[in-house]
Design a protein around this ligand. Structure first.
Ligand SMILES: [Zn+2]
Length: 432
């Protein structure tokens, strides 16, 4: 799983926080607090400047379809209400959350559902997001700063535009301490810090807009339209869904094969394995131009041969006498392809054939079997999975070996089982 995570993060060309506003939460509903005045700003400036900060994004990224709607004031006399489902701007930091040096912070809470996967990243739906400005900071008015009336104040509109970017789900273009040599990223609205008297952050740059469009502009996604698990060779059909026109695609199926068919393709997975499927889709929209998205579905297809023993083993299992009439099984089924073995059944029959009713039926992976009396037994083991059912049969003669003196009763876990049971059997042989 580690390489998979690395692959996911390096595939991203921009940074998101992993939060996303679902369609049914638009327009984003927001309020500002019950004390509408930040003490360093003119009366009645706060609500309009937040409105213009929303507009900065909407004008810069029209294809993202952003919208907002002012809903009025909310009383925050008793502190910030976290998780109330309302997007609230707080000027006076009512819960005293801000540390010195901080201009503002966006607090976002997801609803716990991972609802969207784009370009290999999953996004959780936003449930609640609040923005809190530090009431210990001197903020300035855009018009004053543009007119040169500024003694180091921070542009409230720049900070608000930056925080609204976070509220939408954008991460920092560069983080504090990160070596960041790209000047566009340093000048982006989503850069981690802001200088005094600087109003450049009210104009989202191309990286900010690309990041916003990647979340909210027209995009595509693909999914299988037939079963993604089964016996190999396995035919799986995939199709791209998008509100835009699909103008091209490059599929990689994880088995070394590719295709450029679109919007649908059917691929035959002829080898056993679990496969990542990736599609880079080219999209065109009459108003929003062309875009290209890459989506990877991890471990999406499982194509299975019939179950088979691990290499070096003829049968699916061994069984060794342990003590008394207790025998220990050793399971040699190859489980190296995840998902290809999902059921198991052991049947114990009296006599030398698997006939009549079994005297025991066991569903464990590698059970310890206790026989009630001496005699000949037939052990039938079946394993099943998407590729079918296979198994082995063995006939054994059971005779009471006496007590379990000095024997280790530990039942080892599956992976260490063969070695541990080998030691177990050696101890037994010495005793006999
Ligand atoms: Zn930030």
């Amino acid at each position: 799983m580690l390489s998979l995570l690395l692959l996911t993060s390096s595939a991203l060309a921009w940074k998101h926080t992993g939060f996303y506003w679902p369609d049914d939460r638009y327009p984003i509903e927001w309020w500002h607090d019950g004390d509408p005045l930040e003490d360093s700003l003119p009366e009645d400036y706060c609500q309009p400047v937040i409105q213009s900060s929303w507009d900065n994004w909407q004008e810069a990224a029209p294809c993202a379809g952003l919208s907002d709607e002012y809903q009025g004031e909310v009383d925050s006399m008793d502190g910030r209400s976290s998780g109330d489902g309302m997007t609230t701007f707080h000027w006076e930091d009512p819960s005293d959350e801000q540390e010195p040096g901080v201009l503002g912070v966006t607090y976002t809470i997801g609803n716990g559902r991972y609802s969207l996967t784009k370009n290999g990243q999953t996004y959780q739906e936003v449930y609640d997001s609040d923005i809190v400005f530090n009431d210990g900071v001197d903020f300035g008015v855009t018009e004053d700063i543009l007119n040169g009336i500024c003694a180091g104040e921070t542009s409230i509109e720049s900070v608000a535009t930056h925080e609204i970017g976070h509220l939408h789900g954008l991460g920092h273009s560069c983080e504090q301490g990160e070596s960041c040599t790209d000047s566009d990223l340093q000048e982006a609205t989503m850069y981690w810090s802001a200088s005094g008297c600087d109003v450049s952050g009210i104009d989202p740059n191309i990286d900010d807009v690309t990041s916003m469009n990647a979340l909210y502009s027209v995009f595509g996604t693909f999914a299988a339209t037939t079963s993604t698990s089964g016996g190999s060779p396995l035919d799986v059909s995939f199709t791209i869904t998008s509100d835009a026109e699909v103008t091209g695609a490059l599929w990689t199926f994880g088995d070394g094969e590719t295709s450029e068919e679109y919007p649908s393709v059917t691929h035959t997975f002829s080898k056993e394995g679990q496969f990542f499927v990736t599609c880079t889709m080219d999209l065109a929209d009459p108003e929003c131009g062309e875009s290209s998205y890459t989506q990877t579905r991890i471990g999406y297809v499982t194509a299975c041969d019939k179950p088979h023993p691990e290499e070096g083993n003829d049968g699916f299992f061994q069984i060794e006498a342990a003590y008394g009439r207790t025998w220990q099984t050793i399971n040699h089924t190859d489980v190296s392809t995840y998902g290809c073995v999902d059921t198991i059944q052991w049947e114990i029959y009296e006599g030398s054939a698997a006939e009549g009713e079994p005297v025991q039926v066991i569903g464990a992976w590698s059970p310890t079997i206790e026989f009630e009396k001496d005699g000949t037994y037939t052990i039938l083991m079946n394993v099943g999975g998407p590729g079918g059912i296979e198994g082995s049969k063995m006939t054994i003669d059971v005779a009471d070996l006496g007590d379990r003196e000095s024997l280790c009763a530990t039942v080892p876990a599956m992976s260490g089982l063969a070695a541990a049971v080998g030691a177990f059997a050696a101890a037994f042989r010495r005793r006999r």
